[in-house]
Design a binder for this molecule. Structure first.
Ligand code: ADP
Ligand code: MG
Length: 247
Protein backbone atom coordinates (compact mmCIF):
# COMPACT_ATOMS: atom_id res chain seq x y z
CA UNK A 1 0.00 0.00 0.00
CA UNK A 2 1.30 3.45 -0.91
CA UNK A 3 1.40 5.71 2.15
CA UNK A 4 -0.11 9.22 1.99
CA UNK A 5 2.32 12.04 1.17
CA UNK A 6 1.70 13.46 4.61
CA UNK A 7 0.26 11.78 7.65
CA UNK A 8 -0.16 13.72 10.88
CA UNK A 9 -1.12 11.84 14.06
CA UNK A 10 -2.13 13.41 17.38
CA UNK A 11 -0.05 16.51 16.74
CA UNK A 12 0.16 19.06 19.51
CA UNK A 13 2.02 22.07 20.91
CA UNK A 14 1.30 24.60 23.66
CA UNK A 15 2.48 28.16 24.13
CA UNK A 16 2.38 28.84 27.86
CA UNK A 17 -1.06 27.59 28.84
CA UNK A 18 -2.51 27.85 25.34
CA UNK A 19 -2.96 24.64 23.36
CA UNK A 20 -2.33 26.19 19.94
CA UNK A 21 -2.54 22.78 18.23
CA UNK A 22 -4.19 19.99 20.16
CA UNK A 23 -4.33 16.33 19.12
CA UNK A 24 -4.71 16.95 15.39
CA UNK A 25 -4.71 14.00 12.97
CA UNK A 26 -5.28 13.92 9.23
CA UNK A 27 -3.62 12.73 6.07
CA UNK A 28 -2.95 14.24 2.68
CA UNK A 29 -3.45 12.15 -0.45
CA UNK A 30 -1.17 12.42 -3.44
CA UNK A 31 -2.02 14.92 -6.22
CA UNK A 32 -4.94 16.33 -4.27
CA UNK A 33 -5.63 19.70 -2.75
CA UNK A 34 -6.25 19.50 0.96
CA UNK A 35 -7.31 22.76 2.59
CA UNK A 36 -7.19 23.76 6.24
CA UNK A 37 -9.81 26.31 7.24
CA UNK A 38 -10.79 27.88 10.54
CA UNK A 39 -11.17 31.27 12.20
CA UNK A 40 -8.20 33.47 13.08
CA UNK A 41 -6.16 31.98 15.88
CA UNK A 42 -7.47 28.45 15.23
CA UNK A 43 -3.90 27.14 14.98
CA UNK A 44 -3.57 26.76 11.20
CA UNK A 45 -0.21 28.48 10.78
CA UNK A 46 1.13 26.76 13.88
CA UNK A 47 0.09 23.45 12.36
CA UNK A 48 2.11 24.37 9.25
CA UNK A 49 5.08 25.25 11.48
CA UNK A 50 4.88 21.82 13.11
CA UNK A 51 4.65 20.05 9.76
CA UNK A 52 7.42 22.05 8.08
CA UNK A 53 9.90 21.76 10.96
CA UNK A 54 9.85 25.43 12.00
CA UNK A 55 8.49 24.20 15.35
CA UNK A 56 9.01 20.85 17.08
CA UNK A 57 5.78 19.19 18.21
CA UNK A 58 5.34 18.35 21.87
CA UNK A 59 3.02 15.46 20.99
CA UNK A 60 2.26 13.32 18.01
CA UNK A 61 3.87 12.30 14.76
CA UNK A 62 4.58 13.73 11.32
CA UNK A 63 5.09 11.12 8.57
CA UNK A 64 6.26 12.17 5.12
CA UNK A 65 5.82 9.47 2.49
CA UNK A 66 5.58 6.85 5.21
CA UNK A 67 8.79 7.94 6.94
CA UNK A 68 8.60 9.41 10.42
CA UNK A 69 10.06 12.93 10.43
CA UNK A 70 8.42 14.38 13.54
CA UNK A 71 11.57 15.97 14.89
CA UNK A 72 13.18 16.66 11.54
CA UNK A 73 14.52 20.16 10.95
CA UNK A 74 13.10 22.39 8.25
CA UNK A 75 16.14 21.48 6.11
CA UNK A 76 15.57 17.74 6.57
CA UNK A 77 11.92 18.10 5.72
CA UNK A 78 12.77 20.10 2.64
CA UNK A 79 15.15 17.34 1.58
CA UNK A 80 12.27 14.87 2.08
CA UNK A 81 10.26 16.84 -0.48
CA UNK A 82 8.34 19.43 1.48
CA UNK A 83 8.25 23.06 0.40
CA UNK A 84 6.50 25.90 2.13
CA UNK A 85 5.46 29.40 1.21
CA UNK A 86 5.05 31.84 4.06
CA UNK A 87 2.13 34.06 4.88
CA UNK A 88 4.54 36.96 4.54
CA UNK A 89 6.33 37.01 1.20
CA UNK A 90 9.81 35.63 1.31
CA UNK A 91 11.49 36.87 -1.85
CA UNK A 92 14.69 38.77 -2.60
CA UNK A 93 13.11 42.11 -3.47
CA UNK A 94 16.38 43.56 -4.80
CA UNK A 95 16.80 40.72 -7.32
CA UNK A 96 14.84 40.35 -10.54
CA UNK A 97 12.01 37.86 -11.04
CA UNK A 98 14.25 35.60 -13.14
CA UNK A 99 17.10 35.83 -10.61
CA UNK A 100 14.80 34.84 -7.76
CA UNK A 101 13.70 31.77 -9.68
CA UNK A 102 17.16 30.83 -10.82
CA UNK A 103 18.56 31.13 -7.33
CA UNK A 104 15.79 28.92 -5.98
CA UNK A 105 16.28 26.36 -8.74
CA UNK A 106 20.00 26.25 -8.08
CA UNK A 107 20.14 26.41 -4.31
CA UNK A 108 17.09 24.39 -3.41
CA UNK A 109 17.90 21.37 -5.52
CA UNK A 110 18.06 18.31 -3.33
CA UNK A 111 21.61 17.00 -2.87
CA UNK A 112 20.76 13.92 -4.93
CA UNK A 113 20.41 16.22 -7.95
CA UNK A 114 23.91 17.62 -7.51
CA UNK A 115 25.28 17.64 -11.02
CA UNK A 116 28.49 19.21 -12.21
CA UNK A 117 28.17 22.98 -11.74
CA UNK A 118 27.72 23.73 -15.44
CA UNK A 119 25.02 21.09 -15.90
CA UNK A 120 23.36 22.31 -12.78
CA UNK A 121 23.38 25.85 -13.96
CA UNK A 122 21.86 24.87 -17.32
CA UNK A 123 19.16 22.89 -15.58
CA UNK A 124 18.39 25.85 -13.33
CA UNK A 125 18.13 28.14 -16.34
CA UNK A 126 15.75 25.79 -18.14
CA UNK A 127 13.64 25.45 -15.04
CA UNK A 128 13.54 29.22 -14.64
CA UNK A 129 12.19 29.59 -18.19
CA UNK A 130 9.49 26.99 -17.60
CA UNK A 131 8.45 28.67 -14.36
CA UNK A 132 8.31 32.12 -15.97
CA UNK A 133 5.95 30.79 -18.63
CA UNK A 134 3.80 28.73 -16.37
CA UNK A 135 3.32 31.48 -13.81
CA UNK A 136 2.75 34.13 -16.47
CA UNK A 137 5.73 36.14 -15.27
CA UNK A 138 7.78 36.04 -18.49
CA UNK A 139 7.01 39.65 -19.35
CA UNK A 140 8.20 40.68 -15.86
CA UNK A 141 11.37 38.60 -15.86
CA UNK A 142 13.79 41.55 -15.56
CA UNK A 143 11.68 43.50 -13.11
CA UNK A 144 12.88 43.64 -9.50
CA UNK A 145 10.73 41.37 -7.35
CA UNK A 146 10.17 44.31 -5.01
CA UNK A 147 8.47 46.25 -7.82
CA UNK A 148 5.90 43.59 -8.68
CA UNK A 149 2.23 43.91 -7.75
CA UNK A 150 1.15 42.00 -4.67
CA UNK A 151 -0.52 39.33 -6.81
CA UNK A 152 2.57 38.85 -8.96
CA UNK A 153 4.73 38.62 -5.85
CA UNK A 154 2.56 35.88 -4.37
CA UNK A 155 2.67 33.98 -7.68
CA UNK A 156 6.44 34.34 -7.84
CA UNK A 157 6.67 33.04 -4.32
CA UNK A 158 4.76 29.89 -5.27
CA UNK A 159 7.01 29.48 -8.30
CA UNK A 160 10.09 29.81 -6.08
CA UNK A 161 8.73 27.09 -3.79
CA UNK A 162 8.14 24.81 -6.79
CA UNK A 163 11.61 25.35 -8.20
CA UNK A 164 12.98 22.72 -5.81
CA UNK A 165 10.50 20.19 -7.26
CA UNK A 166 8.86 19.29 -3.96
CA UNK A 167 6.39 16.43 -3.47
CA UNK A 168 4.29 18.46 -1.07
CA UNK A 169 3.68 22.18 -1.29
CA UNK A 170 2.40 24.04 1.77
CA UNK A 171 0.69 27.34 0.96
CA UNK A 172 -0.36 29.61 3.82
CA UNK A 173 -3.12 31.95 2.59
CA UNK A 174 -1.73 32.48 -0.92
CA UNK A 175 -4.58 34.83 -1.86
CA UNK A 176 -4.35 37.06 1.18
CA UNK A 177 -4.59 40.71 0.17
CA UNK A 178 -5.21 39.84 -3.49
CA UNK A 179 -7.77 41.44 -5.75
CA UNK A 180 -10.69 39.30 -6.89
CA UNK A 181 -9.11 38.81 -10.34
CA UNK A 182 -5.75 37.81 -8.84
CA UNK A 183 -7.52 35.42 -6.48
CA UNK A 184 -9.26 33.71 -9.40
CA UNK A 185 -5.96 33.51 -11.29
CA UNK A 186 -4.18 32.01 -8.34
CA UNK A 187 -6.95 29.45 -7.86
CA UNK A 188 -6.59 28.27 -11.45
CA UNK A 189 -2.85 28.12 -11.02
CA UNK A 190 -3.02 26.11 -7.80
CA UNK A 191 -5.46 23.70 -9.44
CA UNK A 192 -2.95 23.14 -12.25
CA UNK A 193 -0.18 22.34 -9.80
CA UNK A 194 -1.64 19.02 -8.73
CA UNK A 195 -0.35 17.34 -11.88
CA UNK A 196 3.12 17.60 -10.36
CA UNK A 197 2.71 18.10 -6.65
CA UNK A 198 0.39 17.58 -3.74
CA UNK A 199 -0.94 20.76 -2.18
CA UNK A 200 -1.74 21.52 1.44
CA UNK A 201 -3.39 24.89 1.62
CA UNK A 202 -4.54 27.33 4.28
CA UNK A 203 -7.23 29.55 2.78
CA UNK A 204 -9.75 32.00 4.18
CA UNK A 205 -11.79 32.65 1.02
CA UNK A 206 -14.59 30.13 1.48
CA UNK A 207 -15.78 30.32 -2.11
CA UNK A 208 -12.30 29.41 -3.23
CA UNK A 209 -12.03 26.60 -0.68
CA UNK A 210 -15.26 25.06 -1.96
CA UNK A 211 -14.19 25.24 -5.60
CA UNK A 212 -10.62 24.21 -5.22
CA UNK A 213 -10.37 21.61 -2.48
CA UNK A 214 -10.62 17.85 -2.72
CA UNK A 215 -10.55 17.55 1.04
CA UNK A 216 -11.15 20.08 3.82
CA UNK A 217 -9.91 20.01 7.42
CA UNK A 218 -11.64 22.42 9.80
CA UNK A 219 -9.67 23.75 12.76
CA UNK A 220 -11.18 25.49 15.76
CA UNK A 221 -9.34 26.52 18.94
CA UNK A 222 -6.39 24.28 18.16
CA UNK A 223 -8.48 21.19 17.49
CA UNK A 224 -9.73 19.47 14.39
CA UNK A 225 -13.46 20.10 14.31
CA UNK A 226 -14.30 18.14 11.17
CA UNK A 227 -12.89 16.89 7.87
CA UNK A 228 -14.27 15.63 4.61
CA UNK A 229 -15.24 16.69 1.09
CA UNK A 230 -15.96 20.44 0.87
CA UNK A 231 -19.75 20.14 0.57
CA UNK A 232 -20.07 17.69 3.41
CA UNK A 233 -17.94 19.86 5.68
CA UNK A 234 -19.86 22.99 4.76
CA UNK A 235 -23.23 21.48 5.63
CA UNK A 236 -21.97 19.99 8.91
CA UNK A 237 -24.02 21.73 11.67
CA UNK A 238 -21.06 21.67 14.08
CA UNK A 239 -18.89 23.46 11.51
CA UNK A 240 -21.66 25.91 10.70
CA UNK A 241 -22.08 26.86 14.34
CA UNK A 242 -18.37 27.22 15.06
CA UNK A 243 -17.16 28.74 11.83
CA UNK A 244 -19.63 29.83 9.19
CA UNK A 245 -21.91 31.19 11.91
CA UNK A 246 -19.42 34.01 12.52
CA UNK A 247 -19.07 34.96 8.87
N1 ADP B 1 5.19 31.57 18.71
C1 ADP B 1 4.07 31.74 19.40
N2 ADP B 1 4.11 32.04 20.71
C2 ADP B 1 2.98 32.20 21.44
N3 ADP B 1 1.74 32.05 20.93
C3 ADP B 1 1.63 31.75 19.62
C4 ADP B 1 2.78 31.58 18.80
N4 ADP B 1 2.35 31.28 17.54
C5 ADP B 1 1.02 31.27 17.59
N5 ADP B 1 0.57 31.56 18.83
C6 ADP B 1 -0.83 31.57 19.27
O1 ADP B 1 -1.39 30.33 18.90
C7 ADP B 1 -2.72 30.49 18.42
C8 ADP B 1 -2.83 29.96 17.01
O2 ADP B 1 -2.16 30.86 16.13
P1 ADP B 1 -2.02 30.59 14.58
O3 ADP B 1 -1.53 29.20 14.38
O4 ADP B 1 -1.22 31.68 14.02
O5 ADP B 1 -3.54 30.70 14.10
P2 ADP B 1 -4.15 30.85 12.63
O6 ADP B 1 -3.04 30.68 11.63
O7 ADP B 1 -5.20 29.78 12.53
O8 ADP B 1 -4.76 32.22 12.58
C9 ADP B 1 -3.05 31.97 18.56
O9 ADP B 1 -3.72 32.18 19.76
C10 ADP B 1 -1.68 32.62 18.56
O10 ADP B 1 -1.71 33.83 19.26
MG1 MG C 1 -2.32 31.97 10.08
Amino acid sequence: MIPPVLDVRGLGISFGGLKAVDDVSFSVERHRITTIIGPNGAGKSTLFNLISGALTPRNGKVMIDGVEMTRGSAEQKKAAGLSRSFQITNLFFELTVAENLRLAAQLLEPPTHAFLPIRRSRRAMEKTERMLERFRLAHRRDELAGNLSHGDQRRLEIAVCLASEPKLLLLDEPTQGMSHADTQDTAALVRGLTEDVTVLLIEHDIGLVMNLSDHVVVMHQGRKLAEGPPKVVRSDPVVQAAYFGHH
